[in-house]
Design a protein around this ligand. Structure first.
Ligand SMILES: Cc1ncc(COP(=O)(O)O)c(C=O)c1O
Length: 347
């Protein structure tokens, strides 16, 4: 069964990871087998700070960085921090990453939906956003939305969840919001850059009080992040990993062009493909619901209900993972047969 929603990412450079793990083991360093610093390995935190300083001319240091067990854990700690500081609402613009919706519901935050980001006069609000190459639909914020976010960032907290901005189809990447705006808590992850199994992410915040609070929360929840895996990441990013990301982005682009071509071929332009400039995902929007087709086709796909607050939405939308090395033609031809059979039944 092929999974076109998540599936197996064929970009993972297993040879490079294997080589790094072997060389780490050969060095027989006892420190690697013990508990590490709760905030994360200092060298890795410095590497991360240097990366943003070089790319975007920020002036952050290792003190602004906390290493976590991936962005999902970062989000959980950030929501704990917000709850402890009497924030009760998270503003999101759907469709958005289902992980924030699940977490906010679990931790009893109110979720407020913006169809477009708009001005709010209220203070003590929180905006969660993946500004570039959003999961699931790959969209980017517009210039107008950027201007509104800039204004909002004066008095509100912005959570910038950014696994994908480096995977841009264009030569230049969009600078993360935290490099330009105030009051941003930034989340990065190596899940897409190296591999999800590494499970290392990081939080960057210019406000040291927030970093100290997040440190206390992490310390109470988790003794440390795997020292061994942090070393793997540290070695991995010593070499020029941006070049590798650019190559992966070109493969993502080729799959995206293929999807657009196949939608024309099998659906006569009845299906809308979300417009993207990078990232791992695009969304197909059908004129009718397609969730019932899940059991009819011989591959698995996800419709977008979980990416909305209102679960009646998204049943006519499918997320496609562009990092898969599969026969999309076969899948689309199969999907179109079932789709038109089903449409006839209902017409
Ligand atoms: C927007 C977004 N945030 C967070 C995550 C989770 O990242 P991690 O694997 O680092 O926990 C993902 C994973 O797909 C994602 O798309």
């Amino acid at each position: 069964m092929i999974d076109i929603s998540n599936g197996k990412n064929h970009f993972i450079n297993t040879a490079k990871i294997d080589g790094i793990i072997k060389s780490i083991c050969n060095n027989n360093n006892n420190e690697l087998y013990n508990y590490g610093n709760v905030k994360g390995d200092k060298t890795l935190r410095e590497q991360i700070a240097n990366f943003y300083n070089c790319q975007y001319e920020t002036q952050i240091t290792s003190h602004n960085v906390i290493i976590t067990n991936g962005s999902q854990q970062s989000l959980s700690y950030i929501l704990d921090y917000l709850g402890l500081n009497y924030y009760s609402t998270i503003n999101i613009c759907t469709p958005t990453y289902y992980g924030i919706i699940e977490l906010a519901n679990l931790k009893k935050f109110r979720l407020n939906n913006y169809s477009t980001i708009k001005e709010t006069k209220q203070i003590k609000e929180v905006i969660y956003i993946t500004p570039y190459n959003n999961n699931p639909d790959g969209r980017n914020i517009t210039q107008k939305e950027y201007a509104v976010l800039k204004q909002l960032s004066e008095h509100n907290i912005i959570i910038e969840d950014d696994p994908y901005s480096l995977f841009s189809f264009n030569k230049k990447n969009n600078p993360p919001l935290f490099t330009k705006l105030k009051n941003v808590i930034y989340l990065g992850t190596f899940s897409k850059i190296i591999s999800p199994s590494i499970n290392i992410g990081y939080i960057i915040c210019k406000d040291i009080d927030i970093i100290n609070s997040l440190y206390a929360i992490k310390k109470a929840n988790c003794l440390h992040t795997s020292v061994f895996m942090q070393k793997v990441v540290s070695e991995y990013i010593k070499e020029d990993f941006l070049q590798e990301i650019k190559q992966k982005s070109q493969l993502l682009r080729i799959n995206y062009e293929t999807i657009k071509m196949l939608v024309k071929k099998y659906f006569n332009n009845e299906v809308f493909v979300s417009n993207i400039n990078g990232g791992y995902f695009t969304v197909l929007t059908f004129p009718q619901n397609v969730d019932a087709l899940k059991t009819k086709v011989n591959f698995c796909f996800c419709t977008l209900e979980d990416f909305y607050i209102d679960k009646s939405l998204g049943k006519n939308q499918i997320r496609i993972n562009l990092s898969l090395n599969i026969n999309f033609d076969l899948i689309f031809s199969n999907l179109s047969v079932e789709y038109y059979k089903n449409s006839k039944k209902h017409s």
